[in-house]
Design a protein around this ligand. Structure first.
Ligand code: IFM
Length: 453
């Protein structure tokens, strides 16, 4: 068995992390353009002004994707590039860039998978209150309509939001990401409510505007939980933890069920409604109805997880990782099991085909004396994680595709260029792309459709 012949092997990026051309061709400002200007916000004052210069080098990048055998490329649209003020006027030059990228992908046999929002809120909308403003629901739907009207003759797969956990949690609660605010918890629940309504309204607008049937999903993230053993009690304990609502209120956004239940099931989780009661906005039945639009698939970004067991008292408890357990350069734990149990639990709960829309790691990559980039740790990571994903598929989890994060090294938000997540190494001084060993490994793995995993 294993992966079906139609399994979608891909790689992902996001607009601000790779495009550059931050002030070109009529693009409007977005919150990261502004945030990066202030000393101290981003590692060593890095910005995404140039990033990987994908805006000018997309043709070369698509060529690499083809050589790698990618079936699909997941990228995001910069909202402010095509609607400089967020609403109203459309910037034809912005559309032209994505037209050229999409056409080039299709000519090379690579399916475009388009994310509407990967964290770069137009600055003009931020000035109007951003996600705090109830009008944000309509702004996002208007933008979604423009995108689908224009691209749905060629693009069939869409994601509304990428990782709402991060852009609300890191951006508006902890303040480590743009726009760098530490808002009251109450405000962040209101923003989350609007984001999920915006998702729903956008889905309606997209279906109405589509020139042919399109497929739409949603791409949240979260730490997975996996059982410490195959005991039934441990499996149940892990599942409980995965969908639990965190106690730590400042960490509430790091939550799977709060962000996914309304969208996938039409209700907020009971546990969260009780726990977070004093912070919540008025929740109207029609809001939940709007959030809960029929979707074609569920997507999840999965990087790591925690082992959980059932304690002697019958309660879920985390199992400490052994001293010296492996971790990535960015200090995230390496826990391949999460790519079996995460999709399995999510599929059981939400019942939709699943895409893994991000998975990967940063390594301390460097060009060696032989001019190559040797990254055995990335190959080992991928082999282990994909082995578990394959098992999930074999056990009946309907996984449609997998997108490696990331196609190439890029701007890692507050960490600037200090963390390298790519299959392709980018020399930021010359913009030279160098295939890491893992890129060749990924190419070969795709060629054999994961048979040797
Ligand atoms: O680079 C990010 C991406 O933008 C969102 N998901 C996690 C990646 C690695 O941190």
């Amino acid at each position: 068995m294993g992966f079906g012949n139609d399994f979608v092997w891909g790689a992902a990026t996001a607009s601000y992390q790779v495009e550059g051309a931050a002030y070109e061709d009529g693009k409007g400002l977005q919150i990261w353009d502004v945030f990066c200007k202030d000393p101290g916000n981003v590692f060593e004052g890095h910005t995404g002004d140039v990033a990987c210069d994908h805006y000018h080098r997309y043709a070369e990048d698509v060529k690499m994707m083809k050589e790698m055998g990618l079936k699909a490329y997941r990228f995001s649209i910069s909202w402010a590039r095509i609607m400089p003020e967020g609403t109203g006027k459309v910037n034809e030059k912005g559309l032209a860039f994505y037209d050229a990228l999409i056409d080039s992908l299709i000519e090379n046999g690579i399916q475009p998978y388009l994310t509407l929002y990967h964290w770069d809120l137009p600055y003009e909308l931020y000035k109007r209150g951003g996600w705090m403003n109830p009008d944000s629901v309509n702004w996002f739907a208007e933008y979604a309509k423009v995108v689908v009207e224009h691209f749905s003759d060629r693009v069939l797969h869409y994601f509304t939001f990428n990782e709402p956990q991060c852009f609300i949690g890191h951006g508006f609660l902890i303040g480590e990401h743009a726009p760098g605010l530490k808002c009251p918890v109450t405000d962040t629940f209101l923003m989350a409510h609007h984001v999920m309504m915006a998702h729903g309204k956008a889905v309606q607008a997209m279906r109405a505007a589509a020139k042919q049937p399109i497929q739409i999903g949603y791409a949240p993230t979260g730490s997975m939980a996996y059982p410490a053993s195959n005991r039934e009690e441990d499996i149940e304990a892990a599942k409980k933890v995965l969908f639990a609502c965190p106690e730590d209120i400042k960490g509430w956004a790091w939550n799977v069920s709060w962000w996914s239940d309304p969208v996938m099931l039409g209700s907020y989780p009971e546990e969260g409604l009780k726990k977070y009661e004093k912070y919540l906005p008025a929740i109207k039945p029609e809001d939940l109805k709007l959030m809960h639009q029929p979707l074609d698939f569920y997507a999840q970004n999965i990087y790591n997880g925690n082992a959980v067991r059932c304690s002697e008292e019958g309660k879920p408890e985390f199992v400490l990782r052994p001293v010296g357990a492996p971790k990535t350069a960015i200090q995230w734990p390496i826990t391949p099991e999460c790519l079996y149990w995460g999709p399995k639990f999510l599929y059981e709960r939400y019942g939709k085909p699943i895409y893994i829309t991000e998975n990967g790691l940063s390594c301390h990559d460097a060009v060696s004396l032989d001019g190559k980039v040797h990254d055995p740790n990335r190959i080992d990571f991928l082999a282990r994680y994909l082995h578990y994903l394959k098992q999930a598929v074999e056990d009946g989890v309907n996984v449609k595709g997998y997108f490696q994060w990331s196609l190439m090294d890029n701007f890692e938000w507050a960490k600037g260029y200090s963390d390298r997540f790519g299959l392709i190494y980018v020399d930021y001084q010359t913009q030279q792309r160098i295939w890491k060993d893992s890129a060749y490994w990924y190419r070969d793995m795709i060629k054999e459709n994961g048979k040797n995993l």
